[in-house]
Design a protein. Structure first.
Length: 474
């Protein structure tokens, strides 16, 4: 799933355990014991998983604590720093850390915004005193985006937002559709169709277990909510067809791939860490458009069409600026396959299918001139996949500027979070995926706006998921 080819995921999200299977050991059964820690160099297979990902070039590793051990009171930050120290000694440098998981109302560690604000400077100072100040603190992995908006506003009022490196949220109670009012990068760090059985369909009826549903969620998050990381709950599980908590299901020999993984690939295979988001103007009917400039000067555009008619898009670029055009498409028939794209005399043409996604990449040459995506303002004809009848619609124009957006810079990759699926040593750990962004040097808060909703289904959090509950942690 990692590396310069394939799906190109680029972040790991690990669990900081709080039970007898993690570094607290047997301390968890008594609140009066002095803290002692032990590290088995396994950590529920997360050490192995992290090293495997690192061998493919992953260097963003996010450690997330779900709860304090039962004996922990004021010393909660101590166990987190000790965990980070163990991983550093094991050759796995953690890049980001969060001490909360759904503190706004889950059955893990409950924490109000005010209580959260009390802990943030304590952990910040402990990281600094232990020589770990290069690790960025995140907050708060709330259950839903709207709740995280409220928490972030309160943290800013309490003057603790300055200690953070990233604002993080899950999307079970609400999806990221508008920006959080912050100068910090924002990540969606957990989401899944847990209430639905495992499925591989790209599009059938818009269900929550279909790849295109998640393609739209990702596009809305990155383009409309200005996300820079998007992490699906798990990457892999064994023999669990009863839930779409993961993107790959295997019996140890054969495997099935959810098309959600291909939705992720559209944003990760060619949009790589270090890219900058490009500004866009205009509208492509029923289509969300995201544009990015990689560090090598290549331009990548992702077009997500939720309409009932295909969209043929003409891209006008400065002649001679780019010598090669590639395009990859996903729809109900096939996923992440080459699709026809033409580059001639400064014009690129590509067609986005019904309920489909196209990633187009232009390479060779850097230019500060604008790249314009233009669909002539006229009726165009295409057939729908539902009834093969001809559909006519009026479309307009979109301009994609190569100049970096003035309000914020965004770099993109895709993430992976590790956790062991079962307790057996032979079981591969699971992963969850997402995208990454950098806002160093930018102090302009993101504007909060209401974009037009193009597609989406209600996403409800299910009951207890997979093996998330181990021991007495709180």
């Amino acid at each position: 799933m990692w590396g310069s080819v394939r799906k190109c995921l680029s972040i790991i999200r690990n669990k900081i355990g709080c039970d007898t299977g993690s570094i607290p050991g047997t301390n968890t059964n008594s609140p009066n014991k002095q803290a002692t820690y032990s590290f088995t160099s396994d950590d529920d297979s997360q050490v192995w998983f992290s090293k495997q990902a690192m061998s493919y070039g992953v260097d963003t590793i996010y450690a997330n604590a779900w709860s304090a051990p039962v004996y922990m009171k004021q010393r909660y930050v101590e166990i987190i720093v000790q965990y980070l120290t163990y991983y550093k000694a094991a050759g796995i440098p953690i890049s980001h850390v969060c001490f909360l998981n759904e503190g706004d109302g889950s059955d893990f560690k409950l924490s109000t915004a005010e209580q959260t604000a009390d802990v943030i400077p304590l952990l910040y100072n402990e990281l600094k005193s232990q020589g770990l100040s290069d690790i960025k603190m995140t907050c708060c992995d709330n259950i839903g985006w709207k709740s995280q908006m409220e928490y972030t506003e309160k943290l800013a009022e309490l003057d603790v937002e300055k200690y953070l490196g990233v604002v993080t949220s899950h999307q079970y109670s609400s999806d990221p559709e508008t920006p959080i009012n912050t100068t910090l990068p924002t990540w969606m760090t957990e989401g899944a169709a847990n209430d639905h059985t495992f499925a591989t369909a790209w599009y059938s009826n818009g269900g929550s277990n279909e790849g295109f549903t998640w393609a739209v969620k990702i596009a809305q998050g990155i383009v409309n909510a200005e996300l820079s990381a998007y992490i699906y709950w798990e990457g892999l599980e064994t023999n669990n067809n009863g839930s779409l908590s993961h993107m790959i299901d295997t019996d140890g020999t054969n495997f099935s791939i959810s098309s959600i993984l291909w939705a992720m690939a559209h944003w990760s295979r060619h949009i790589r860490p270090g890219v900058h988001r490009l500004s866009t103007n205009g509208v492509v009917q029923d289509t969300i458009v995201g544009a990015f400039e990689n560090v090598d000067g290549s331009i990548v555009m992702v077009l997500t069409n939720s309409g009932t008619a295909a969209q043929t898009v003409d891209l006008s670029v400065p002649e001679g600026s780019f010598s090669t055009a590639q395009a990859f498409t996903s729809d109900a028939e096939s996923q992440m396959v080459d699709t026809q794209v033409t580059l001639s005399n400064g014009a690129v043409k590509v067609t986005v299918p019904v309920h489909g996604v196209v990633t187009a990449k232009l390479t060779t040459g850097k230019s500060s001139a604008s790249v314009s995506t233009t669909i002539p303002s006229m009726s165009t004809q295409s057939a729908t996949s539902e009834n093969q009848a001809s559909v006519y619609q009026t479309v307009s124009a979109t301009t994609l500027s190569v100049v970096r957006a003035s309000t914020y810079a965004q770099s993109t990759g895709v993430a992976v979070s590790a956790k062991a699926v079962n307790d057996t040593a032979s079981t591969a750990p699971a992963a969850s995926t997402g995208l990454s962004k950098s806002l160093e040097g930018d102090t302009t808060k993101k504007s909060v706006y209401r974009p037009q909703k193009t597609h989406g289904t209600a996403h409800h959090r299910g009951g207890r998921r997979g093996s998330r509950h181990h021991g007495r942690c709180h």
